[in-house]
Design a protein around this ligand. Sequence first.
Ligand SMILES: *Cc1c(COP(=O)(O)O)cnc(C)c1O
Length: 359
Amino acid sequence: MKKWEVNIRRVVPYVPGEQPKGEKILKLNTNENPYPPAPGVRRALQEMDYGRFRKYPDPAAEELVNCLADYHHVERNRVFVGVGSDDVLAMAFLSFFNSEKPLLFPDVSYSFYKVWAELFGIPYEAVPLDETFRIRPRDYDRENGGVIFPNPNAPTGLLLGLEQVEDMVRHNQDSVVIVDEAYIDFGGRSALELLGRYENLLVVRTFSKARSMAGMRIGFAIGSRELIRALHDVKYSFNSYTMNMPSLALGAESVKDEAYFRKTIGKIVDTREKAKKRFGSLGFSFPDSMANFILVKHEKVPAEELFEALQKEGIYVRYFKQPRLENYLRITIGTDEEMERLFAFLEDYLKEHGAVQAW
Ligand SMILES: *Cc1c(COP(=O)(O)O)cnc(C)c1O
């Protein structure tokens, strides 16, 4: 090893889902929204003055911050925005988890939490979900340097009721508790309601899933003034201009169209509920997802085998080769037509392999 190599930081990075290219590919592997962003976003994009790109964007991201503050009925100094919620979460890890005590998060959860903890040298403990993949709030009643969990959880899709979320925040008032609400719009009640009562609570959201804007990279957090101020201090110690001009403008545009937002979410929820029935009839079992994906397991065919067969067919889903998930596939909810293509293939495949009744 060369001398300078000794000083290179070694990290095990997060592995994002593949972004395959090709005409016939059906992409159900990264929980993107199958519908386009709101029509106003397209209009704003077309009317955008490219001459503005000469200048730096607004470091305070006021256009978007104000818009989100109004939408969520909170003061402007309680909103923080970033380059996707991954950026917001990374800043939050840096800002809030500086204890010697371990950060707690579920063992089956968003795998980036562990990566940030390792990167920033934060001690952590993965708290096992129960046998049915549920979070047990009581498991978090112990000394910790912070708590973070997604609600609904990913990749299980299981939602924790607001009472249980509050229960966890109430029992952890000496630490910052982050609720990662990437999927809350698909059927859950948000912890934003609790913000008035708990200054140690941070709710993190993204435009990537329900708002169909993963490519724009927009995420935000809402919390007490103290938490938001701390996030800003860390951000300005790192990169003042995190968000680019188009993202700020187009994100604000998306928030203005509530009707379109509700309509596309409604369609996805509808497709999800139909998909549950279909998966069930094909012999799959799954936690009852309240997100835009379903974590399925087939009683007779191993997940890895199905994963490979699907991929050969140009259908991409997510397979996590990790403890407790080896036999599951996480499948994003697409349009009705896309799901039909998936189910048609699964049905044929399972029949051919004698894993489902032929009728
Ligand atoms: C998708 C996702 C994120 C990250 O979303 P961004 O695209 O970075 O906004 C964060 N947390 C969970 C649980 C997610 O599924």
